[in-house]
Design a protein around this ligand. Structure first.
Ligand SMILES: *Cc1c(COP(=O)(O)O)cnc(C)c1O
Length: 441
């Protein structure tokens, strides 16, 4: 492997510290662990802001009427939401809990969108009360429920409809969301999408502004986007003729990939932007549609690279001719992606990032599951108990899927920038774990 510090995997500020160890955001990673404990999730503010700007520039240079909407399920945290707001992005939430995070950060309601295939009455009520800019409706039941809620509150709610375009983005089956056999969205193929549009337009308390689809994640190919865009816009033009649907807004979702390992890197942001914008322009041309406002919904690609997980090595077990297990103090409790999706991660030896990697090892977690492995068959310098290992690209969908399995507390999160660090989520305590156990809290 060439110099890991210069790879696309680590945050843009990754460097060697004065002590020849890994540094991020101008902070020596071992010093951070000494201060905040292990395991530790480190988010680099410069990378996060850089990704926001990269998205905005890549799209608005080609298509000025674009709104970049951060998908907060990748990492929902009030301090991160503040940065997203400062960068002028919109944000989406998929539960009342994520909405509560957005509200805690005073996120402007007009730039919020509510996704999700089964929102409850309470969640919808909270969202409409907050004055949410858009709700993306995902089922027939929701058309009725939301129109009732909006009517009760005396609001005409802006909505978009989530469609399922029956297109396979060739990602892991569990992260594919736009194929025919999916719980998400109104299927165009089965005729549901057409019925949904007719129903939604007929509701006086709903203002149907546009259409949305989301294919899955992470998508390393470009063609699924253009294929789906053409299919959905052709459908939109038929719906205009049939029901007078005016497509003011259009969202081809998110799903943009990030680099997890050096031999599988995603297309550049500009390539995704160009593929999407070209497809929209040519479809609008072909089907005689006015160009809609474009909404792009990256989650992973905004926060993935900015986050790094750091673990401490404990036991090392060598099984001759078979495998060496290097156990660390975290694992599937804070990052279930390898166990769930067979996701791969690179591993960086924090104390000697550039040392020769002449041992093949498997980095295992501390949870009571044999599947609790963070990185299988990775090359590292000879592992040592007490050393720190970092997993790059851990900013998205790790802590959000974290659990307290084995009653393990979840790690602290720090935000680093220009040599300073700030705790944005403290490590959980045993008291936190007992807080909801009635009579023992
Ligand atoms: C999860 C999700 C996204 C973001 O996906 P990423 O892969 O993180 O970019 C965008 N839109 C919808 C509807 C989603 O469910």
């Amino acid at each position: 492997m060439s110099n890991i510090l210069e790879s696309e995997l680590l945050p843009i500020t990754a460097d060697l510290s004065a002590k020849n160890r890994l540094s991020i955001g101008g902070c020596d990673v071992r010093d951070l662990v000494q201060r905040y404990g292990s395991p530790l999730y480190i988010y680099d503010e410069a990378t996060l802001r850089g990704m926001c700007r990269d998205f905005v520039d890549s799209f608005t240079n080609l298509y000025p009427r674009t709104q970049i909407e951060y998908s907060s399920k990748a990492f929902a945290n009030p301090s991160i939401s503040k940065i997203i707001d400062e960068e002028g992005l919109s944000m989406d939430v998929v539960t009342g809990g994520e909405l509560a995070v957005a509200i805690a950060a005073d996120f402007p309601p007009e730039r919020l969108n509510f996704h999700g295939n089964n929102k409850g009455r309470e969640e919808l009520t909270e969202a409409v009360r907050y004055g949410i800019g858009n709700i993306t409706v995902d089922s027939f039941a929701e058309i009725d429920l939301l129109s009732e809620v909006a009517e009760e509150l005396g609001v005409r709610q802006n909505i978009m409809l989530r469609l399922s375009p029956s297109i396979d983005p060739h990602t892991h089956l569990l992260t594919t969301t736009g194929i025919l056999d999916s719980k998400f969205g109104f299927s165009i193929e089965t005729g549901d999408a057409e019925i949904a549009i007719e129903k939604a337009i007929a509701k006086p308390s709903l203002n149907t502004e546009g259409l949305h689809f989301h294919l899955g994640s992470p998508i390393f190919e470009l063609e699924p986007y253009s294929e789906a865009i053409d299919y959905v816009l052709e459908f939109a033009s038929r719906m205009r003729k049939k029901f007078g649907l005016e497509l003011k807004k259009f969202s081809p979702g998110g799903g943009f990939a990030v680099g997890y390992v050096t031999n599988t890197l995603p297309p550049a942001m500009g390539e995704y932007a160009s593929e999407i914008v070209t497809a929209i322009r040519s479809a609008c041309d072909r089907y005689g549609l006015d160009e809609p406002e474009l909404i792009v919904e990256p989650g992973r690609a905004i926060v993935g690279r900015s986050g790094v997980a750091v673990y401490t090595v404990g036991g090392i077990k060598t099984i001759p001719e078979v495998r060496t297990y290097v156990s660390v103090d975290g694992g599937m409790g804070d990052n279930i992606r390898p166990a769930l999706y067979e996701s791969e991660y690179a591993v960086v030896p924090v104390d000697r990032p550039l040392a020769e990697r002449n041992h093949t090892v498997t980095v295992a977690g501390k949870f009571c599951e044999s599947g609790d492995v963070l990185a299988r068959d990775v090359d590292l310098p000879e592992p040592e108990t007490g050393e720190l290992l970092a997993l790059p690209a851990s900013g998205a969908y790790c802590l959000m899927m974290a659990s307290n399995y084995n009653m393990q507390t979840r790690p602290a999160v720090v935000l680093v920038n220009q040599g300073t660090s700030r705790l944005i989520r403290r490590r959980e305590t045993y008291k936190d774990l007992l807080a909801s156990s009635i009579d023992f809290d």
